[in-house]
Each structure stands twice: as structure tokens, then as C-alpha cells.
Design a protein around this ligand. Structure first.
Ligand SMILES: [Zn+2]
Length: 611
């Protein structure tokens, strides 16, 4: 998008040249010349994990400017205080120092009076490998621009060039940012700070695979060794891209970059406007059961190209990079995306219907087994992501739900409701397509909670207030059998008859010491006094050295028996009498209903794309 000042400037300039140009006119137009911004990034000693940044700002006409480091990066809803990694901030003009001082945790005020052009220099310590932070070591550099490149307060719309000076041994650079000039891949351009912050940059010697999906150039960057089958992964990305595009009717991309970081165990992804960053354990591309998780991750980030990068909650854009940006709609942005990330694998024939239903059941079980389901609604979970979901602790399961997991479960039930109400003529696809066409393309704005519900009701042709009140704004029990019955399915709890006993505690085995990591609200262990961090020493006088010892002790008991649990709490020995109860963990499985009508069967076949 062109900056509006640019148009005003053009208009004024043309007026000015039409009349007699005076000195005063020239000064006025000079006032309107847009500042220019270029960044230079140096990484000469990557083993130190420092990136040196130079910001050259020209055409200034003010007494001072405030240079700021973002506190978070979009897509990851937590204040991360990137300024804590900044050192050695200094400003200069014509090789002379320009006065600057820090006025807040992330703001440096540079006194630019008497100078139009200023150069700012600082170093950033970058040694946190994740999809939302920056990292540089002897092998490569990952730059998440919001955590490295500062912005000028009030000038987020100023275009920028970014010159990367790579470490001498590095030959490749991959990013969704376009080169500033043809033939120079090391100088990039960004139309504004939003696009810069939304375009991670990978520099090193990674492998690049270029291919097309839905007719659009895609680039897969494989960073680090892995056991991925390159031919298969490309074919599967093409299937995923097609399935996602089919939901919306068109693909908004000109090109797409996938930064695939092969890791030692960490997992995650972050969506961007024209790219994505993925982290996945390097040896888990095989066997198929493990690889399925990568497919889900890829599909999730690809679906985000529409849902959140283009269809977005009203509050998420323009961004406030310094503070929390609150929205109640993360359950749509992330939950609906989480529903589609598995469901589209079924539609792309990358999962059988049985496999897909097992994933739905697994999501339901994850949600149902957390006591937090009675405490926090989807909208509350979305709103408090900044302080709860992203800052989980030992009590989170007792007081929170995940807008991803519950969001995916509720999106599935919502889809089934729309399918049922329209006899299969409409589905959640039409809702998403409408949001994309109307709010993103036509109105170029974000959506509200109310608008999402209204669009669902309009597409379904029925009032859905009770559904939204119960499942989105409230914490009502989900009536799975009612919704699943529309497609001839039911849920069955496979644990109903099991008599396994449990203390309700999640135990951690640490060098022969067993300690309680979390304890589920409402269980016997919780009610009878066991605490998180207690070290379990003995049960009924028998030494506990590993988690299997606990299982062994409980296997000799029955519900109603009392056991003596000896623990060390803060170094003091205590004993608790625990009245044992049956482990009430739910283990739902989705099965065909006992009697299925033709209409139910037809709707099932349509949902699963078997028709
Ligand atoms: Zn997501």
C-alpha cells in the first residue's frame, strides 16, 4: 500500500510547479519529503551471537525522533521485551555523535535538531532459537525482524531497504521480502514496518527447493539435516496448498517461502503474510505416524495465509508493537485454523476418515480432561492469551482452556451444525470464504466477534445464539452426541469400565527422585493435600524411586482404599492419607452410531469428501 503522504506530496508538487515557485513553497514541500530508512545488518562474528544494526535515516525535519524496539511479534501473543537484547546504542551525523538518551525500556530519543540525516547503531544479542525470536551462531542466522530492527515512532509506514552483510562463509538468503534491485539478493526492500516484521530472514547454507503449488512459485528451505523425503514433501505441500485454496476459491499469494528448521526436538510454527517459519524434530519425518504431525503443522500455517493474515480480528491491525493487542477472537484465528489443519489433510487424501476421526477424538479428550474447561471460556482464553496461554504454569490445566484445542473442537461442531442446517449445501467453508471476500477484499478491515456469529447464522440460515453462548462465551458441557449425530457418529468413553486408580498427579522422574509436576483439581490427591513440587518418598511404607513404583503400589489397591503417601515438602517430611479413587480420565472414541439414516450417511460422506 502506498503511503498517503506520498499522494499529498505529488498533488502539492504539481500545484507548485504550475504556479511561480517561490522559496517559501520549496521549504513547504521540503517539509513534506518523506524520510527514508535503510538498515544494514552485520554478522561478522556469528559465534558471539551478535548482530550489528545500522539504521540510516534521511530527510528528517524535526527536533528529535524516538527509535523503538518492538515488545512482541505478531502471531505470538506475549510481551517478550526484545529491547533487553540491545546494547551499545549510539547516534551520529556526519561522523559526529548526536545526543541520544533512553526514555523508556524500549525507546531511545535521538536529538536530530540541525540535522536531516542521522545514523543509529546498536548491537542485538540473538541466541534464542524459536519461530518468534532471532538466532545467530556459527552455522546460520534466523532473523525475526521485530526482534532485531527498530522502528521510528510515528513512521511505521516508511518504506525501508535492508542490506544484509552475511558472514563470509554463507551463500544463501531466504525471505519473503523482495530484493531492492535485480541481481542483488543481499539488499531487500519492505514497503513498511508491518511487512518487515512479518518477513523472517534465513541466512546460511541451507538447501533450497523451488517448486510450484496451485500454479504459484513456492520455496522450501531445509535448514539443517533431516530424514525428510524431499520429493514426497513437495507433493504433499502441493496437496495442502490446493486443499486450502479450494476452501477460499482463490490463493492470494505471488510467492511463498517455507523456512523449515530441522531441530533437535523443538516443534512450532509461525504464520506470515507470504511465508512461514516451522520448527520440527529432524528425524521425525518418518515413519508416517510421526510425519503426519508435520503435515498438520504445514497445513495449519498455510491456512493462516487466509485466516488471520488476511481475515483478521479487528483488533489485530494496525498493530501496537509495544503493548498487548487484546482480542476475543483468537479462538477463530487459531481454533478454526486448528480444525482445518487436520480436516484438510483428510480432504487432501493425506489422512483416512478413520485417522481423521481419531484426531478429532484426541482433541476432544485433551479438552475434556482439563478442569479449566469449567473455568475459562473460549473468548476469555483468547483475550488472556498474553498472560495465561503464553505463560502457562503448573496450575494452567486447572484454570485455563486452550483456544487452539477447544477452538478446533467447537469449530468441528459448528461445521456439523451448518452442514446439518443446510442439508450439506453450506458449511464452515462458506463462512470463511465470505469473511475473506467481504471483510478482507472488499472492506479491507478486520472482523468482530458479533460479525463472525452473524455470518455463521446467515450461512446456516438458523439462529445460533444458544450455540455461541454455551460453547464460545460460556463453559457449558459440549453435547458431542447431538452434533455428531448429524453425520451418523457418536462418542464412546473407553475408560468407563476401567478401574485404574490414580492420585491425579503428574509425576516427574528425576534421577531416582519422583516429584509432582502438576495436580489435577478434584482428584483424590488434590483433595487430600498433595502439592505441586512434593517429592514422593514412599507409599504405604514402600520406597518410591520411579513413576512405575507408584503404579505398582496403586495396582494392589481398589477405589475406597486409603494409602499413606509420604512426601518431602521443602525438605520437611510429611505424610498424607489419600482416599483412592478411580482414574476418571476420559478416553473418547468416535464410532458410527447404532442406526444411521440415508441423510446422515450422505452428510457423513460429504463431510469426509467421500461423495
Ligand atoms: Zn496458528
Amino acid at each position: 500500500m502506498q503511503h498517503p503522504i506520498f499522494f499529498i506530496l505529488l498533488t502539492i508538487m504539481s500545484i507548485v510547479t504550475d504556479i511561480n515557485t517561490t522559496e517559501a513553497d520549496l521549504i513547504n514541500t521540503a517539509n513534506l519529503v518523506q524520510p527514508t530508512l535503510s538498515y544494514t545488518l552485520n554478522m561478522d562474528e556469528p559465534h558471539t551471537h551478535y548482530i550489528e544494526v545500522v539504521m540510516d535515516i534521511k530527510n528528517l525535519n524535526q527536533d528529535y525522533i524516538d527509535i523503538k524496539m518492538a515488545a512482541w511479534t505478531p502471531g505470538s501473543y506475549m510481551i517478550r521485551e526484545f529491547a533487553r537484547n540491545v546494547e551499545g546504542f549510539a547516534a551520529s551525523a556526519n561522523s559526529k555523535e548526536v545526543l541520544s538518551n533512553k526514555i523508556s525500556k524500549n525507546t531511545w530519543r535521538v536529538r536530530t535538531k540541525n540535522t536531516k540525516n542521522v545514523s543509529v547503531r546498536y548491537r542485538v544479542y540473538a541466541y534464542e532459537m524459536s519461530v518468534r525470536t532471532s538466532f545467530v551462531d556459527a552455522d546460520h542466522a534466523v532473523i525475526n525482524p521485530a526482534s532485531v530492527m527498530m522502528f521510528i515512532d510515528g513512521m511505521l509506514d516508511v518504506p525501508a531497504t535492508i542490506k544484509i552483510n552475511p558472514y563470509k562463509d554463507w551463500k544463501e538468503i531466504s525471505t519473503a521480502l523482495k530484493p531492492a534491485k535485480k541481481g542483488d539478493k543481499w539488499t531487500l526492500q519492505s514497503p513498511n514496518f508491518d511487512m518487515l516484521a512479518d518477513s523472517p530472514i534465513e541466512i546460511g547454507n541451507h538447501k533450497i527447493i523451488d517448486f510450484k503449488a496451485v500454479g504459484i512459485p513456492h520455496q522450501l528451505c531445509l535448514i539443517g539435516e533431516s530424514n525428510c523425503n524431499e520429493e514426497k514433501i513437495v507433493t504433499d505441500i502441493q496437496k495442502i496448498a490446493q486443499a486450502c485454496t479450494d476452501v477460499f476459491g482463490e490463493n492470494p499469494l505471488e510467492s511463498y517461502t517455507i523456512l523449515q528448521h530441522n531441530t533437535d526436538g523443538s516443534y512450532g510454527g509461525l504464520e506470515h503474510f507470504n511465508s512461514t517459519s516451522l520448527m520440527y524434530p529432524r528425524w521425525n519425518f518418518e515413519p508416517e505416524g510421526k510425519y503426519f504431525r508435520w503435515l498438520g503443522l504445514m497445513c495449519h500455517e498455510y491456512f493462516h495465509l487466509w485466516n488471520i493474515k488476511r481475515i483478521r480480528p479487528k483488533e489485530l491491525g494496525p498493530f501496537d508493537y509495544e503493548n498487548e493487542n487484546y482480542t476475543t477472537l483468537l479462538w477463530v484465528a487459531e481454533g478454526v485454523t486448528s480444525y482445518y489443519d487436520d480436516y484438510l489433510l483428510r480432504r487432501a487424501d493425506l489422512a483416512t476418515p478413520e485417522k481423521y476421526l481419531s484426531v478429532v477424538a484426541s482433541n476432544i479428550n485433551t479438552y475434556e480432561n482439563k478442569p479449566g474447561k469449567k473455568v475459562q471460556s473460549l473468548t476469555e482464553s483468547s483475550f488472556d492469551a498474553w498472560i495465561k496461554y503464553y505463560r502457562s504454569d503448573e496450575n494452567s490445566n486447572n484454570c485455563c482452556v486452550s483456544y487452539y484445542t477447544k477452538g478446533a473442537v467447537i469449530a468441528a461442531m459448528l461445521d456439523l451444525e451448518i452442514l446439518h442446517a443446510t442439508k450439506g449445501k453450506k458449511s464452515l467453508d462458506e463462512v470463511m470464504r465470505f469473511l475473506y471476500t467481504e471483510y478482507y477484499k472488499k472492506e479491507a478491515r478486520g472482523i468482530t466477534q458479533e460479525e463472525f456469529q452473524t455470518v455463521c447464522e446467515d450461512i446456516a440460515g438458523v439462529d445460533m445464539d444458544a450455540f455461541f453462548k454455551a460453547y464460545v462465551h460460556g463453559t457449558a458441557e459440549v453435547d458431542y452426541n447431538k452434533h455428531l449425530a448429524h453425520v451418523g457418529l457418536k462418542i464412546v468413553d473407553e475408560n468407563t469400565d476401567k478401574q485404574t486408580l490414580s492420585l491425579g498427579a503428574r509425576l516427574q522422574d528425576n534421577d531416582g527422585k519422583i516429584s509432582i509436576r502438576s495436580i489435577k483439581r478434584g482428584t483424590c490427591g488434590y483433595n487430600d493435600g498433595l502439592n505441586v513440587y512434593d517429592e514422593v518418598i514412599a507409599i504405604n511404607g514402600f520406597r518410591i524411586r520411579k513413576t512405575a513404583d507408584v503404579t505398582q503400589q496403586l495396582s494392589r489397591k481398589k477405589a475406597g482404599d486409603v494409602v499413606e503417601v509420604m512426601v518431602s515438602r521443602g525438605g520437611k517430611i510429611r505424610t498424607f492419607e489419600v482416599n483412592l479413587e478411580r482414574d476418571n480420565t476420559i478416553a473418547y472414541k468416535i464410532e458410527k452410531a447404532d442406526k444411521i439414516s440415508k441423510a446422515q450417511e450422505a452428510l457423513y460422506n460429504h463431510w469426509m469428501r467421500l461423495d
